[in-house]
Design a binder for this molecule. Sequence first.
Ligand SMILES: Cc1cc2nc3c(=O)[nH]c(=O)nc-3n(C[C@H](O)[C@H](O)[C@H](O)COP(=O)(O)OP(=O)(O)OC[C@H]3O[C@@H](n4cnc5c(N)ncnc54)[C@H](O)[C@@H]3O)c2cc1C
Length: 473
Amino acid sequence: MPQYKTVIHWFRRDLRLMDNTALHHAAKEAAQVIPAYVLSDWKSQHGWTGSTRQQFLCGCLDSLSKNLETLSSRLILRCGQADVELERLIHETQAEAVYYNRDYDPYGREMEKKLQEVCNRIGIPCHSYKDRVLHEADEVLTGSGGPYRVYTPYSRNWLGLNKTASLGKLTTLGQAPDPAIKSLPVPTLEHWQLPEATAILPAAGERAARERMKTFIENRTLHAYAQKRNIPAGVTTSRLGQDLRFGLISIRELHERCMAAAALATTPDARTSIETYIKELAWREFYLAILWHYPEVFDEEFAPEFRGMPWPGSDEDFQTWTQGRTGFPIVDAGMRELLATGFVHNRVRMIVSMFLTKDLHCHWRLGESHFMQHLLDGENASNNGGWQWSAGTGADAAPYFRIQNPWTQTKRYDPDGSYIRTWVPELKNVSAERFMDPPKDNRAIAPGYPLPIVDHSTERDRTLAIFAKHRGK
Ligand SMILES: Cc1cc2nc3c(=O)[nH]c(=O)nc-3n(C[C@H](O)[C@H](O)[C@H](O)COP(=O)(O)OP(=O)(O)OC[C@H]3O[C@@H](n4cnc5c(N)ncnc54)[C@H](O)[C@@H]3O)c2cc1C
């Protein structure tokens, strides 16, 4: 006999039916689950997101809505502040409890607190669950019970912890919400008054994400991950960032599938690859833990010694960087890939972010916010972590004096120039050697392609001087 008659499941970054912890508990403990999603009501622009990610969200909601129909249920879409809208829905449906999966950024946490207050006031329970991660921030602590500040010891601890098993498929949510319960239609970009998305996006929704996960594991990209993951040309990584970001796949299931593949792997290279991949999943949780323990990273440098440092870069150089017109082919390829697809390969994210902060001396926050506007997997914790890492100010940051040289990086990771030629069409007939050094004759390497806007070694010295001076204060 279920404990409740009717409950609400509040969908957030868990837009799936498979192995969704809170939803499974709701389905088990109630005769009827009302699936609800609350759309944000900002208009025209938002500091954290632009058309690309919102377009993908629309597709995910459309798919979720259809998947719920196959369970004879119906997604209830509302718009506004989540606590206010859910309170309304509690009254309309006479729900006896609310279920949700926890979010870890300060804004998500704030909203959870407000919802908890609403439920307390009404006198109904509000059940929250761990779902987005394998281990929450407070499960991975140092011997003295404090948070880790660097990745390597964190990951050692994280890897050794027992992982929760996945919950499998959901079969029913009970009766569909009463037709009298109103829902908004699945949104389009017009809802936020956003312009059409120009990037070519992967298919949205749970089914497409599961297909990507399957392909990654079964086509053996996973088995060659350690050897190939730094090569930006072609598909050498899982490309599951957006699927984890929106909760289209479960982290437990992904981890379990990787472990199953490891058990069947027949070569040491394949086993190493799978271990390497799982360590990347730990990076994601490391940055979520950093944000949980140190929410101030949104506003300032994680490393106190670099707070208040000057970033004298110009707006003009920043704009040139965003457009992929710096004259550094690998940087321009990355920035154009971002605009064209909402994705940039991790190695190239490191190159372009270090270039903006260490060659152009622009504040990492400018790059952080440009990425959040355009990345499909744009996620506050990882993005902030990645930017501060590159800027030399973050948790487990690249030390400020270790500055990647974009020319050398090209030689190492795009030796035949195929990544660059894919994204910078004016360079399609230029030989790869010309991408590995600044042009010696000071002439453009192709018609219409700019000369490098800075000299890397001069700017490297300048960065070292700025950091050293600030540290010496
Ligand atoms: C400047 C900068 C900004 C970044 N911004 C984001 C962001 O907004 N959102 C985001 O998810 N990742 C971000 N990353 C991390 C990483 O680049 C992406 O997770 C990765 O490129 C996504 O592609 P993939 O799924 O093919 O990765 P894979 O290599 O297949 O990795 C699998 C998964 O592990 C996680 N992961 C891998 N590397 C990292 C990492 N360094 N930090 C945190 N998680 C990681 C991601 O969830 C990823 O999907 C950023 C890195 C840098 C250097």
